[in-house]
Ligand binder design. Structure first.
Ligand SMILES: Cc1ncc(COP(=O)(O)O)c(C=O)c1O
Length: 391
């Protein structure tokens, strides 16, 4: 890793208080993220919010550069948005749907995206088509190709679902979308920061992600990558005086580039914190982060699998730092409470988060323990001991 483990932990004060395996919820930020955010809040208090924005214009501008570097994109292809859901919404609600258009999506799709697609189905008369899983539990490329042959306006895919360690084959899906001319929307909320992502290699038209999870940024931050093709295709569902210009008493024109999806008012302190998080992630290196997360997650899955009554529920040929499991006799909330009593943070993935997936697999609510590169083998072993003692 670009930054060694003891330094990573020294940079992360939260590790002194808790054993944090809720990185898929919101990770512990490194000091630099907290300091950068607070410094800007202080500056706003000292000299005024607009004046603080002007004084840090260059730093605010460089957040786009950091994200562009992370994604292999250009700075004018990045929009800063308050979370991943709104970033995704700005693209999908901005798509020129026509009655009868088909949207292909997978069992791993995020709950908010599915709900939005249902609303768009009622609003525009589109059809939402669920693509099967392949034998590994990831999106079936064969079924996807068959449905693309029948015609589809859009493919919406979640790279890593909220409730499984699975990593969907995003680049293979991109190739099929290009072949069939379907607009490709990738939700990279859980993979961003733990999996190397190059938007050109994946070939997505838009990509949404959040700041607070594997990137370790502040809450209330997110972003959208918008390809040149997507800029031509989409119209932002909302405009304001930042995303558009009031050009005469009776006219307006939409701003160039991805920032047409932004709003004028924003949390500048958090945006700067996000920039610090991305720079920190780049300094550690996404590939070494992925490798270390992989080692810790496999250790956890292996040890959990050896416990009586525990079933590891992760799917996929390639996996990430999200580890999910259940116990045959003890309910997931009870396991979570026992871990919490030992200052070990994990979370619950209930059926309401994954209606296309958990009922299909006949699986109840899951315990989700999501590891990050700053976690240690000893922390993993402690979680295993508590789960063993509880079950
Ligand atoms: C796969 C996935 N997509 C989207 C989101 C939504 O992100 P946000 O809460 O930033 O809108 C989440 C959050 O857990 C997620 O897991």
């Amino acid at each position: 890793m670009g930054i060694p483990l003891d330094q990573l932990r020294a940079d992360t004060p939260g590790v002194e208080r808790v054993t944090h395996f809720n990185n898929a919820g919101s990770a512990l930020p490194p000091d630099v993220v907290v300091e950068t955010t607070i410094r800007h809040l202080r500056l706003e208090a000292e000299i005024g919010g607009y004046e603080a924005a002007a004084a840090t214009e260059q730093e605010l501008g460089s957040v786009y550069g950091s994200l562009a570097q992370l994604l292999g994109a250009r700075t004018d292809q990045i929009a800063l948005i308050e979370n991943a859901t709104r970033a995704w919404d700005m693209a999908v609600y901005g798509f020129p749907f026509r009655r009868g258009d088909r949207v292909l999506t997978a069992r791993s799709e995020y709950a908010s995206n599915a709900i939005a697609l249902f609303q768009l189905r009622e609003r525009h008369g589109i059809e939402v088509v669920l693509i099967d899983d392949d034998p590994h539990g990831q999106i079936s490329l064969d079924h996807l190709a068959t449905e693309l042959e029948r015609g589809a306006a859009m493919v919406a895919l979640t790279h890593t679902p909220t409730n499984s360690g699975l990593l969907n084959p995003a680049a293979a899906v991109g190739e099929l979308c290009r072949e069939h001319g379907a607009f490709y929307v990738l939700d990279a909320c859980q993979s961003m920061g733990q999996v190397p992502i190059d938007v050109n290699r994946i070939g997505c038209d838009v990509l949404s992600a959040t700041g607070r999870k594997y990137l370790r940024g502040p809450r209330g931050t997110g972003f959208l990558y918008v390809s040149d093709h997507a800029i031509e295709t989409l119209e932002p569902p909302f405009l304001d005086l930042h995303s558009a210009e009031w050009t005469s008493p009776d006219s307006f024109s939409i701003r160039a580039g991805a920032r047409r999806f932004e709003t004028w008012e924003a949390n500048h302190a958090s945006r700067l914190g996000l920039g610090a998080a991305v720079d920190y992630c780049l300094a550690v290196g996404v590939e070494p982060i992925q490798q270390r997360i992989g080692l810790l997650a496999e250790r956890m899955r292996g040890a959990l699998g050896d416990l009586d009554g525990v079933a590891v529920r992760d799917k996929g040929e390639l996996t990430t730092g999200i580890v999910t499991f259940t116990h045959s006799n003890v309910d997931s909330p009870e396991i979570i409470a026992a871990l919490r009593a030992h200052d070990i943070n994990v979370s619950l993935s209930p059926v309401e988060f994954a209606q296309w997936d958990l009922p299909h697999r006949g699986v109840p609510a899951l315990v989700r323990a999501s590891v990050h590169c700053y976690n240690t083998e000893t922390e993993v072993d402690r979680l295993i001991e508590v789960v063993e003692a509880t079950t």
